[in-house]
Design a protein. Structure first.
Length: 504
């Protein structure tokens, strides 16, 4: 800083423009040839490379895979069961074989029909049965021959093939009618996926807000370097001015030696502060470069209009938008829908069981395998099963529990809506109050700058005290730092509001 004589009537006009000069200078930092990175570009890098973003994208996919696993319950199931059995009896009873060997294969196709709740089984069996008897077997008694004479035994064939095909159907008529119990877990899992997506969105949003705030910290660190650098430049000019006085300048101030020592001490302090500011900025750049997996950030500059106040939505409109964009509320709503869907299955379980079982098939038996394939014998069966637990207390309590869980979820949603609204109100109020503080801070910077210029003018005329010049510079530097920090805080509030509105 030079020490020219500035006429008082020009001071207010000069420092009225000081703030706008600072705002424009923020983009003209040292190393202006470096590539400028915008907030949007930085966030885009984080989205494409950071593990948190990729992890949260995977979470809903895991739940979707689990849901599709449940869908396997409506697929056809193929069962093939080869079997072999051999038995021998030491105590032979009438009508029982002495030895029995059975070899066969059972094949079936089974399916649950979700639309009706029915279970269908289509089967085909074939087996070879070989039995030996210690005496001729009869059909219950020996019959005399038609023409009289001795009795003729009714011999049973010991070895034969047995084949059969058929279908069995089990259709619920009360409980699980329409397949409510089969579909409920699968349908409920849809809302599990929806809730997982909402939670992932909320986690990503919170993480991106954190990264955006660090970007603002980077911008603020650059501004601190800039302000510290300007202070170093001012101290150099002061030392040059004092050196000129010491060589016989026109200033008649008698404390040139002491002032020179003060100026040198101030220079060391300014250089130290600049070094610390640069170290803080470079360490922050290194941190962000690692997070973004892009080392070029170490050589880049952060491009953000720090001294700009972006307007925000009115409070009520912002609240409505935030409520519609809240991942927390969407996750809780999905949980409520999931509970309601599961509740349908639980209510169905409280009904009595009434199941109609039907079966029909064809059967063939013959010592010759080819002949057994004729399957000229018919089989069918029908039954009706009724089950009703007296009191049905377990199912009733499950339904009651489910309804209470839904009521609790509704209260959770109301609480979340209040929290979102309160948070938006807090942020907007914070922005409004910060704008008031900024107005005062801008006036403070202008006043501090005017005072520093006046102290320098008085000193250059030999009427002031160099200690007061240094004190006024310290005050101006602190005012500028505080102004930059307040603007950075306002930017963070604006980013928090953007996150709440789903704009980050």
């Amino acid at each position: 800083m030079t020490f020219p004589i500035v006429r008082p009537e020009k001071q207010k006009r000069i420092f009225r423009a000081l703030f706008w000069l600072m705002a424009g200078a923020t983009i003209l930092i040292s190393g202006s040839g470096a590539k400028a990175t915008t907030l949007e570009e930085f966030i885009s890098r984080i989205k494409s490379s950071h593990p948190v973003m990729k992890r949260e994208e995977i979470s809903p996919q895991v739940d979707e895979a689990e849901r599709q696993k449940l869908a396997g319950g409506k697929d056809w199931t193929l069962r093939i069961t080869p079997n072999a059995r051999h038995t021998e009896s030491s105590l032979v009873q009438p009508g029982m074989p002495e030895t029995s060997s059975v070899y066969g294969t059972k094949l079936s196709l089974e399916k649950t029909i979700w639309a009706t709740g029915a279970r269908i089984r289509i089967f085909a069996d074939t087996q070879y049965v070989d039995q030996t008897w210690d005496q001729p077997q009869t059909g219950g008694q020996n019959r005399p021959p038609a023409g009289g004479g001795a009795q003729e035994p009714d011999m049973t064939v010991g070895a034969q093939y047995q084949t059969g095909v058929g279908v069995n159907i089990s259709q619920p008529l009360l409980q699980n009618r329409g397949g409510a119990q089969e579909r409920a877990p699968y349908d409920a899992a849809e809302y599990q996926v929806e809730g997982s997506q909402a939670k992932a969105y909320e986690t990503q949003k919170a993480f991106l807000l954190q990264m955006a705030e660090r970007f603002v910290d980077w911008v603020l660190a650059q501004e601190r370097v800039k302000i510290a650098g300007e202070r170093v430049k001012a101290e150099k000019e002061a030392m040059s001015f004092l050196a000129g006085i010491a060589k016989g300048g026109k200033n008649a101030n008698s404390n040139v030696g002491l002032d020179g020592a003060r100026a040198e001490d101030a220079m060391m302090s300014a250089r130290r502060n600049l070094a610390l500011a640069e170290a803080d900025m470079k360490s922050l750049q290194a941190h962000l470069a690692e997070l973004a997996q892009n080392r070029d950030i170490k050589k880049e500059t952060a491009d953000l209009r720090l001294y700009e106040t972006v307007s925000v939505l009115p409070s009520e409109k912002a609240k409505q938008l935030a409520l519609s964009q809240s991942g927390v509320i969407r996750a809780l709503s999905a949980q409520k829908k999931q509970l309601a869907t599961m509740g349908k299955g639980l209510e169905d379980k409280s009904d009595p069981e009434l199941t109609l079982n039907l079966g029909a098939g064809l059967k063939g038996e013959d010592p010759d395998y080819a002949q057994s394939l004729g399957m000229d014998k018919q089989e069918w069966n029908a039954s009706l099963m009724f089950v009703y637990p007296i009191g049905n207390n377990s199912a009733t309590q499950e339904v009651k529990k489910n309804r209470l869980q839904i009521m609790r979820a509704e209260e959770d949603i109301r609480a979340a809506r209040l929290e979102v609204s309160a948070q938006v109100e807090k942020i907007i109020t914070g922005i409004e109050e910060t704008d008031k503080a900024l107005a005062v801070s801008r006036e403070h910077v202008a006043a501090a700058g005017a005072r520093a210029a006046e102290e320098a003018r008085m000193y250059s005329m030999g009427k002031g005290d160099f200690a007061l010049v240094q004190l006024s510079r310290d005050n101006e530097e602190k005012a500028r730092m505080l102004l930059a920090e307040t603007y950075a805080q306002r930017w963070k509030l604006k980013l928090a509001l953007d996150a709440a509105l789903g704009a980050i």
